[in-house]
Write a protein that binds this ligand. Structure first.
Ligand code: IMP
Length: 197
């Protein structure tokens, strides 16, 4: 842990995120050199990670996005916005913010496998491994995390806090739910106190 600010604790600093993106970028450069991959960011949570990651990959690539929505019971998922580029015959790299139960990624991989892609791999910033319900291949991951609710660097609570520069654990989720406005102020104050750059 890199900082303690009441109900919010910074668990992955901006520096650690940047350094891991550099390492993953290096690995992906080696793996995808001369293959012109398509990096597909899963909206909205992957946005900061995708943005940092692709700038560490030193070989030509395309970037596209898709969005998923959940419906019904049992976490069913469907495509809310599809990629613009055709994925047929392409080397596809799915970019995720976090894999939790694995249900979302497992649905997405099954769907993309029907599109005659040349290859399919996933890079996730965070792997919440203890919560996994379905086994799903994860070729690249940034950090393994525990069963705690995280915010920042793309991860949201009700659509907010994606713009924090580092990743924070919420120690008291009940307070966030009952008093989101004042806790919102606290997390940005804590975030500001922790910034070194
Ligand atoms: P899965 O289908 O359970 O693997 O869910 C993955 C999705 O759950 C992610 O893309 C996030 O939107 C969300 N999620 C899981 N854990 C967290 C968290 O700690 N903070 C914010 N969102 C989370």
């Amino acid at each position: 842990m890199t900082g303690n600010n009441g109900p919010f604790v910074e668990v992955i600093s901006a520096e650690a995120l940047a350094s891991r993106a550099r390492e993953l970028g290096k690995q992906l450069t080696e793996e995808y050199r001369d293959r012109e991959p398509v990096f597909v960011g899963v909206l909205h949570g992957s946005l900061p990670f995708l943005s940092d990651l692709i700038r560490q990959v030193e070989t030509p690539l395309d970037v596209d996005f898709l969005a998923l929505s959940r419906f019904g019971e049992g976490g069913k998922v469907r495509i809310a916005m599809d990629t613009e580029i055709s994925l047929e015959g392409r080397h596809v790299v799915i970019v995720e913010d976090i894999v939790d139960t694995g249900l979302t990624l497992s649905y997405l991989r099954r769907l993309l496998e029907t599109r005659d892609v040349a290859s399919l791999a996933t890079v996730t910033l965070l792997d919440k491994a203890p919560r996994r319900i379905v086994e799903v291949p994860l070729e690249y991951r940034g950090f393994e995390v525990g069963d705690e609710f995280l915010l920042g660097y793309g991860l949201d609570w009700e659509g907010q806090y994606r713009n924090l520069r580092s990743i924070w654990v919420v120690l008291d989720l009940a307070s966030l739910q009952s008093d989101s406005a004042s806790l919102g102020e606290k997390v940005f104050r804590a975030h500001g106190d922790n910034l070194t750059t």
